[in-house]
Design a protein around this ligand. Structure first.
Ligand SMILES: NC(=O)c1ccc[n+]([C@@H]2O[C@H](COP(=O)([O-])OP(=O)(O)OC[C@H]3O[C@@H](n4cnc5c(N)ncnc54)[C@H](OP(=O)(O)O)[C@@H]3O)[C@@H](O)[C@H]2O)c1
Length: 280
């Protein structure tokens, strides 16, 4: 593979460490974002999914592309379809990030996108990460800082939290080799933990007690809308905890090790590396 790698979502949680991995490995990377934000070592390119005039420049010279749906978008099919079509038309290999468990129901938009890609004839790899460890600072930090509380509707459900650096490393391997093509990989951390257990780990690094407060969906939605989140998105986030309560996110998968040759980082490692964020 001699062409460039286009990373769509290059300024995001997975995109930034992915660009870093690919640049460090000597790849020519086009880092795409709507503002053509410069990321060290990569070529900054303006790309807006909603603006067809940006597609040709973005895909120029590219033979592989990383595609994910921004975390604030609920219109998964509308967002992904033009990007996947653009890649397929150009026979560009697609590494598509969806989410753990989407293959449980063929009707979900993410699974439909996977099937569209699988049937397209273009080379592809799918990565399906579980809950990000990084949500503890990206999403739950205000509650941790203000009240020492993580309030989510997970009941006693467990999740095998994954560090975004391991998603990025897995994605980089999938993009840099063709030995993984044509398959989907479930990406998880090394251990399945309840939110009580996760709070215990965060307490240690924060140097203060962090408690898990189980809440019901309506309370959770109220907390999120209370800090300005749109109601439809808050409801969507609440719905994502149903699989957690059902125990479906407790699975520990070997995708990271298969793709990278290394075991994934533990939640302890994530928490230690981000310790400063959790201290008051
Ligand atoms: N969080 C979790 O626990 C979890 C678990 C499993 C799966 N996932 C999946 O992971 C995905 C989110 O990954 P992430 O957190 O890395 O995403 P993210 O941080 O929200 O990144 C979004 C990226 O998309 C870019 N973007 C936004 N709108 C765009 C547009 N119209 N055209 C082109 N680029 C646009 C943003 O760049 P600019 O704003 O700079 O343009 C940014 O680089 C979601 O699909 C989610 O379902 C998340």
């Amino acid at each position: 593979m001699s062409g460039k790698i286009l990373v769509i979502g290059a300024t995001g949680n997975v995109g930034r460490p992915l660009v870093r991995e690919l640049v460090a490995a000597g790849e020519q990377v086009k880092a795409a974002s709507r503002a053509a934000t410069v990321i060290s070592g990569a070529e900054a390119i303006r790309f807006d999914q909603a603006d067809p005039s940006t597609y040709q420049d973005a895909f120029n010279g590219v033979d592989r592309v990383y595609v994910l749906v921004p975390s604030d978008r609920l219109d998964v099919a509308d967002y992904l379809t033009p990007i996947l079509q653009a890649a397929i038309e150009r026979n560009v290999k697609v590494a598509l990030q969806t989410a753990l468990g989407v293959d449980a129901d063929e009707r979900t938009p993410y699974r439909q996108a996977e099937l569209f890609l699988e049937r397209s004839g273009t080379p592809f790899v799918i990565v399906r990460p579980t809950w990000f460890s990084d949500n503890f600072h990206l999403s739950w930090l205000p509650g941790i800082k203000a009240q020492g509380v993580i309030a989510v509707p997970a009941a006693d459900g467990k999740s095998s939290f994954i560090d975004v650096r391991d998603i990025a490393a897995s994605a980089a391997s999938a993009l840099r080799s063709n030995q993984f093509d044509g398959k989907a990989y479930n990406l998880t951390g090394p251990a399945s933990l309840s939110y009580h257990e996760a709070a215990g780990i965060l307490s240690t690094v924060a140097g203060k007690e962090v408690r898990y407060q189980p809440v019901d969906d309506q309370t959770f939605i109220g907390i999120l809308t209370g800090v300005g989140m749109p109601a439809d998105f808050a409801s969507h986030l609440a719905s994502l905890f149903y699989p957690v309560r059902e125990g479906w996110t407790a699975v520990v998968a070997d995708g990271v090790e298969t793709l990278t040759g290394k075991p994934p980082r533990s939640l302890e490692t994530y928490a230690t590396d981000h310790a400063a964020k959790f201290k008051n």
